[in-house]
Design a protein around this ligand. Structure first.
Ligand SMILES: NC(=O)c1ccc[n+]([C@@H]2O[C@H](COP(=O)([O-])OP(=O)(O)OC[C@H]3O[C@@H](n4cnc5c(N)ncnc54)[C@H](O)[C@@H]3O)[C@@H](O)[C@H]2O)c1
Length: 292
């Protein structure tokens, strides 16, 4: 049976770890040829190797997508390798610091703007001529934080709010050329960011975060990848300018309903993708020039 992304060419940014690894695997399983992009010390080559071992088609791009030259080179690689681009997923992002607003450094703010906003702008700018030819789609990873705000990480919350409005603007403006644009907005996902052992949250924040979903648990990267696969497919042809909240009910939660969720509700679905870097991200791996 043909996959839902058969014959599509997709760029997935931040594809070495976390949600991006799952999107890359899922898209390949659905028949897309994938350019997996990430920073030079992200395990992107490993993800590409794993996709190829399962019979998929993938190429890696290593570079800083917030850099104009690198972003342009990433788009050029996809177009040269596969002849066209149908799908751009702006998923790369950072969550570098937990602090009250007055205590965030300006350097950290610039780092968030650069990696969460500038990278998505550059990739969208350079991919649009190709997406207009293919009548393609650009999907950015927003967040419930872009809607609800993110206390103790206000610059991060603001950066996701930017992406929501950015995608809606692009959707309106580019719709006449047959290009769709939207955001998938996750709640807390089972990646390195939401665990006290691998991310910035302490035990209290971790507990509050899970209680702040209706389902009382993290979503899995694979559950997010399922939503991206649908949104990128032709089945979603009337979906544009929208924000898909895939957040376990975070945006409707009041008063910590997750603590009332029965144990079977809190169980994550069994994985079907063979992911190696989604959960722990870069923990234990040598990385340079990161703020976390
Ligand atoms: N984990 C969550 O709970 C959660 C919730 C809502 C939204 N999100 C969003 O999902 C996306 C993925 O998050 P994740 O949890 O998988 O984190 P992650 O750290 O595992 O993945 C992000 C990836 O993006 C890469 N990246 C960052 N800046 C880059 C740049 N300039 N160029 C190339 N690559 C770059 C990182 O190296 C990393 O591999 C982010 O945009 C994040 O804001 C995550």
């Amino acid at each position: 049976m043909a996959g839902r992304l058969e014959s599509k060419i997709a760029i997935v940014t931040g594809a070495g770890t976390g949600i991006g690894e799952a999107i890359a695997h899922k898209f390949a399983r659905e028949g897309a040829k994938v350019v997996a992009a990430g920073l030079p010390d992200d395990p992107v080559d490993d993800v590409v190797r794993a996709i190829r071992e399962r019979g998929g088609v993938a190429e890696s791009f290593l570079g800083d997508l917030a850099d104009e030259v690198d972003a342009q080179a990433c788009v050029a690689l996809a177009a040269d390798a596969f002849g066209k681009i149908d799908i751009l997923v702006n998923n790369a992002g950072v969550f570098p610091e937990i602090a009250e607003c007055q205590d965030h450094s300006v350097e950290m703010f610039d780092y968030v703007v650069r990696n969460n906003i500038r990278s998505a702008f550059l990739m969208t700018k350079f991919a649009l001529p190709h997406l207009r030819r293919s009548h393609g789609v650009v999907i950015s990873t927003g967040s419930e934080a872009g809607e609800m705000g993110e206390p103790m990480a206000a610059p991060y919350g603001g950066s996701k709010g930017f992406l929501h409005a950015f995608m809606r603007s692009v959707a309106y403006e580019q719709g006449k050329y047959g290009v769709r644009a939207l955001c998938v907005c996750p709640g807390p996902i089972d990646t390195a960011w939401t665990h006290k052992e691998t991310g910035l949250m302490d035990a209290q924040m971790e507990k509050q975060t899970l209680a702040g979903t209706v389902l009382g648990r993290r979503g899995t990267p694979e559950e997010m990848a399922n939503v991206f696969a649908f949104a990128a497919s032709d089945e979603a042809s009337f979906l544009t300018g929208t924000l898909i909240f895939a957040d376990g009910g975070t945006t409707i939660a009041k008063g910590g309903p997750g603590e009332m969720a029965k144990s079977f509700v809190r169980e994550q679905p069994k994985p079907t993708l063979d992911l190696k870097h989604s959960h722990d991200g870069l923990k234990g791996k040598p990385v340079e020039n990161r703020m976390h």
